[in-house]
Design a protein around this ligand. Structure first.
Ligand SMILES: [Ca+2]
Ligand SMILES: [Ca+2]
Ligand SMILES: [Ca+2]
Length: 395
């Protein structure tokens, strides 16, 4: 019996060795991302402001799935600020170019609807922008214009299906941008405030549209029978990246905002989603379901990875494993993303999309857990054996 146990123990130790060797898994030449906070990211929303100085994210403050608040943190991890009060409903929000303003929606008990607000990132200057419902706000880089979705603004606007609106951050100049019988939603305003891209189900499935923020120049960007979602627009309004289900799984596309130059950036059998486009539209970060890597350990610790690719489809680069929800800065040099439940930021990306410096291993939170668990199991087995041997001696 003793011999059997010793054999089992050796087998287990033998198994542990490759795990330990593999542990700082595949130290590839990627820059080590910086962890910005210990707070848990509450949703799919992480957003770097256009100058890269600040990152907004939301967190379930008390970890009870009922107290979501928006935070802003400097890109060096300093000055973590809670901007909004905790709320039970997870809303959406958008950060201005210098990180000084946040537009957000929240359930407003006063009227019983979701409404859009804007607030300075120090928590001051709270202003209600929508009335009788408003959601999905997107704020321009200078913080002066906010696009949002609503099906009912006070007169002269008529209650109906979802339309896109735009309003100044002081609450003036409310303008209805779309007028049709379809649901128009998920607006994203370009950093310069000139254009708004959005999703409309005008032909039965979802299509991507773009429109000038004064309501002129409406352009349908996609025309197909798949759902096209998740649009984002470069700060200069020139390019739109979006996700299409056109081939069964999700693929990322980029297109000029006049509808020309449609380019498929991904082509595989796994979901590619959550694109984020930089200021001139030359770089697109996105996340991919991570099942195509070959390492047998990958399945143990990783489901998604963040990539960046040029708008021509060249230079595809994996930024980090075990990572989600990327947001790229306007100059394309920084990518914020979620990993292991919290917020990280990459170092500089050069023009070839290579992160620098290139000396540190990638982010690998899960193998450490794996090794620790293995050690604990080993110790428990070891103690068990010692007790067994002692017991046998006593007999
Ligand atoms: Ca409509
Ligand atoms: Ca479509
Ligand atoms: Ca795909």
């Amino acid at each position: 019996m003793k011999r059997v146990l010793l054999i089992l123990l050796s087998l287990f130790s033998g198994l542990l060795i490759p795990i330990l060797i593999y542990s700082p898994v595949k130290a590839e030449s990627w820059s080590r991302p910086t962890q910005l906070t210990n707070l848990t990211v509450g949703s799919s929303c992480i957003s770097i402001c256009s100058d890269g100085s600040k990152i907004g994210f939301d967190s379930d403050v008390y970890g009870d799935y009922a107290s979501y608040a928006t935070f802003v943190v400097n890109s060096d991890g300093t000055e973590l600020t809670q901007v909004t009060k905790p709320t039970i409903y997870l809303g959406s929000w958008s950060i201005s170019g210098d990180g000084s303003k946040i537009a957000f929606d929240k359930f407003y008990a006063f009227d019983g609807y979701f409404e859009v607000f804007v607030v300075n990132s120090d928590g001051s200057g709270l202003t209600q922008l929508s009335n009788n419902t408003g959601s999905n706000p997107s704020i321009s880089n200078d913080g002066t214009k906010i696009a949002f979705t609503s099906n009912d603004q006070n007169p002269p606007f008529v209650k109906g299906d979802l339309e896109i609106f735009v309003v100044n951050s002081d609450g003036t100049g409310l303008t209805q941008v779309t007028t049709n019988t379809a649901d128009d939603q998920w607006p994203v305003i370009s950093g310069d405030g000139s254009k708004i891209t959005f999703v409309s189900d005008i032909d039965g499935d979802n299509e991507i549209f773009v429109v000038n923020s004064d309501g002129t120049g409406l352009t349908q960007v996609t025309t197909n029978t798949a759902d096209d979602n998740n649009p984002c627009i470069s700060a200069d309004g020139s390019k739109i990246a979006f996700v299409s289900g056109i081939d069964g799984d999700l693929e990322v596309f980029v297109v000029n905002s006049d509808g020309t130059g449609l380019t498929q950036l991904t082509d595989n059998t796994v979901p590619d989603s959550h694109p984020s486009i930089n200021g001139d539209g030359s770089k697109i970060a996105f996340m991919r379901s991570y099942t195509e890597d070959t390492s047998p350990w990958d399945i143990l610790y990783s489901t998604y990875a963040v990539f960046v690719v040029s708008s021509e489809g060249t230079g595809l680069t994996k930024i980090a494993k075990n990572s989600k929800y990327p947001s790229i800065s306007s100059d394309g040099s920084k990518i914020a993303f979620g990993s292991n439940g919290t917020v990280f930021l990459t170092c500089q990306l050069d023009t070839n999309l290579t992160p620098t410096p290139t000396s540190s291993p990638e982010l690998e939170p899960f193998p450490t857990t794996l090794v620790l668990v293995s050690i604990v199991v080993l110790v428990v087995i070891g103690i068990g054996i010692i007790f067994y041997l002692k017991k046998s001696k006593l007999r």
